[in-house]
Design a binder for this molecule. Structure first.
Ligand SMILES: [Zn+2]
Length: 360
């Protein structure tokens, strides 16, 4: 039987010792250092300690009870002494183990650094683009990715027969009214341009807005196409906005993103929601326009599409095209990132390849 069990038995046999035994056990069990056990020994076994009080009590007992009580008191002292020694051995062993663990370890060495995560390259490019337009006074707006046909096509002057609305290009979700025999009109937005309509519907000019977000198209996935991709849409509506301001704005943007020597050129193009429309090229930042493999020896890199907002779009949001004019532009973030960082395949962005992602 261990000291502890015997002490508990002793406290049951001797009612007068019960409280002093319980108190001693709790003091010893509460020790966590050698200072604690030294103090405990003084409190329990010291000259002015609990044991002295016990024997003083015994001396006042009737003579015939004293021998048994005295034996119990002596046993209490023996057991508590053994229990304290046991506790001290336990504490010494744990101190020894801690110092062994520290042996051979140079505690002045710096700790191991856990690998830090960082922003995805596409998030970084989006931030860079948005930051440039914020510095030009634009505000950031976003819109839903699951969108109504009206915002994605109709209000953007894309009529029902337009090929962009075909089932091959667009992820249709369902009909908003299942009772009607009309084609599906809820879809995943095919561009970020619906945000133009949503903002114009709810606010009045002047508007200078930049809107980053995801868009979806049923493209065959290859080096330059993914079914989901990022766009940044920008537009300005105010009195007297001209195409010259559009070109100037894009030039400032291109220089901030690709370097101060860049120039831009606009090539006529067609978009349903702008008139006139243009595709925008920036002079190649790798060869300064001399021609290299990045620009396919043309000296120019296509970076975005733009144009003056079509008056038909204004009519959907109740703006007077005689009073207001505006421009809009949209760019693919993957394309910008691929050019800027020399990435050949768009699929790398979505491959979850840490080696690739940590390059940037
Ligand atoms: Zn080049």
């Amino acid at each position: 039987m261990g000291e502890l069990e015997r002490l508990r038995e002793l406290s049951r046999e001797n009612k007068s010792l019960k409280s002093v035994i319980e108190k001693s056990i709790s003091i010893i069990q509460g020790c966590s250092s050698l200072e604690d056990t030294r103090d405990a020994r003084i409190r329990i076994l010291g000259r002015k300690g609990m044991i002295t009080a016990v024997f003083e009590g015994i001396s006042k007992m009737p003579e015939d009870e004293r021998p048994a009580a005295g034996r119990a008191g002596n046993e209490f002292r023996t057991l508590v002494t053994a229990l304290l020694e046991e506790k001290e051995k336990e504490i010494e062993a744990s101190i020894h183990m801690e110092s062994r663990e520290l042996e051979g370890i140079d505690i002045t060495l710096p700790g191991r650094c856990p690998p830090l995560g960082k922003k995805h390259i596409l998030s970084k490019v989006i931030d860079d683009v948005v930051e440039i337009f914020i510095s030009l006074g634009y505000s950031v707006e976003t819109g839903p990715e699951v969108e109504l046909d009206y915002y994605n096509f109709e209000a953007l002057n894309t009529p029902a027969y337009h090929p962009a609305r075909s089932l091959q290009d667009t992820f249709y979700v369902k009909r908003s009214d299942p009772e009607r025999e009309e084609p599906d009109d809820i879809l995943l937005r095919t561009h970020t341009s619906p945000v133009q309509i949503r903002v114009m519907e709810s606010r009045k000019p002047p508007l200078y807005v930049i809107s980053p977000g995801k868009a979806y198209r049923k493209d065959e996935i290859d080096a330059t196409h993914t079914a989901m991709f990022f766009q940044v849409e920008g537009f300005a509506v105010d009195r007297g906005i001209t195409m010259a301001q559009l070109k100037g704005t894009l030039e400032v943007f291109a220089r901030k993103l690709f370097g101060s020597k860049r120039t831009v050129r606009l090539r006529p193009h067609f978009f349903p929601f702008t008139e006139p429309s243009a595709e925008v090229d920036v002079s190649c930042f790798a060869c300064d326009g001399a021609g290299c493999s990045i620009c396919k020896h043309s000296g120019w890199l296509e970076i975005l599409g733009c144009g003056m907002i079509d008056p038909n779009v204004f009519s959907h949001v109740g703006y007077d095209p005689e009073e207001f004019s505006g421009f809009a532009f949209g760019m693919g973030i993957e394309r910008i990132a691929m050019m800027k960082y020399g990435i050949e395949d768009m699929r790398y962005f979505y491959d979850d390849n840490i080696k690739f992602l940590s390059r940037f």
